[in-house]
Ligand binder design. Sequence first.
Ligand SMILES: *[C@@H]1O[C@H](CO)[C@@H](O)[C@H](O)[C@H]1NC(C)=O
Ligand SMILES: *[C@@H]1O[C@H](CO)[C@@H](O)[C@H](O)[C@H]1NC(C)=O
Length: 393
Amino acid sequence: MLARICLLVASVAAVARASDVIFGYLPTWQLDKAAAIDQSKYTHLSLAFAIPDESGSISMENQDAILTNYTSTESTKILVSLGGWTGSKHFSAILKDAKKRSDMAQNMVRWIKDYNFDGWDIDFEYPGRQGDSCHPFDPAQDTKNLLVFVNDLRQRLSDEFPESQKLITLATRFQPFDGPAGPLDNVSAFAAPIDFINIMLYDFNGVWSDSTGPNAPLDFAPGKGLQVSYRSSIQAWIDAGIPPAKINAGLPFYGRTTTAKIDISKEKDMYQPLNKQIPKGDAEDLEEADSSCGGSKAFSGVWKYRNLRSEGVLDSVDSAVSPWIRHFDPETITPWLFNRETMDFISYDDTLSISAKTQHAMDKGLAGVMVWPATNDYDNELLSAIYDTLYQE
Ligand SMILES: *[C@@H]1O[C@H](CO)[C@@H](O)[C@H](O)[C@H]1NC(C)=O
Ligand SMILES: *[C@@H]1O[C@H](CO)[C@@H](O)[C@H](O)[C@H]1NC(C)=O
């Protein structure tokens, strides 16, 4: 009898669960790492990126080989992401021009027909604001034009695929889309045509900041670092009219390195003066110029989680290899690492911070969480932390 009651309770809980989305990005330049991912735990995987040219034509490097390699399953839907940081150069101009806008939408419909995937994730991450340094933007028009475009795309997808609900998702920065006076206080009109927005809740503090600080704090420390967090950004999008059930909260599977000017391990907190030169991150971090805008070569300072775990920094989830020391900051609910010999400081996410953020997404009744990028995991550790938090009990 008891067992029966437990079963009943469990099935009620399963039906009532609000948050069940785990949306992962698969960068096309990292697909050799995709086989190690427990893909069945992702409800959505998006191949990033297809890039529009100035006429609204779309291409992806190696597109035939890649897109025929991924087909949706019962558990996992497949999307393609359009644009991204370096691939968004032409969005502003395309969306302004009725002919180009319509051509791009038509091309997007044709890609779904040709390659048979489940929908588009649009990564015009910075409408109305400077993204990559050489990309044009228009504060008065971009957000309005994006809405016109998304509504048009929704109409075309409904007309072309009446039987199957094709998806439209948007990748966005931490604040609501911009208008002429900065972030808009009402973007609710986007809610109807889209399935989800995926909020990028990382890259808050880095070499661009006044001090070392957390890459992706669940909460910010009052008066220290950028006064924005995972929690405050989710609330900002909800306050601007996007229903929680259409929001996936972004989780980084990486950390960022900066070099401190003083020994952080001797201080009370992680916010200390830093060098303005980005140090090399993991072994995969190359000194490169921006692939869209050029400029001088620089490291990114990025440490992929799997490399933190396999290149002699962390020898378990919560212990560092000397000379690295590890701390878990209770205020921002994120871990950090410091190397006294190089003075390198790494703020990153681990199973504890990822679980806490996933729990917050559930508490807010969000659709779920988003991962950038799925290919950075180590033995599915971070993915399991999400999965076990979402699907426990
Ligand atoms: C196809 O998928 C497998 C498994 O995920 C991966 O190892 C392989 O590199 C992929 N090939 C291409 C061209 O993406
Ligand atoms: C937000 O905009 C929508 C239309 O886009 C409107 O219906 C709604 O009343 C607005 N909400 C507020 C609080 O102004």
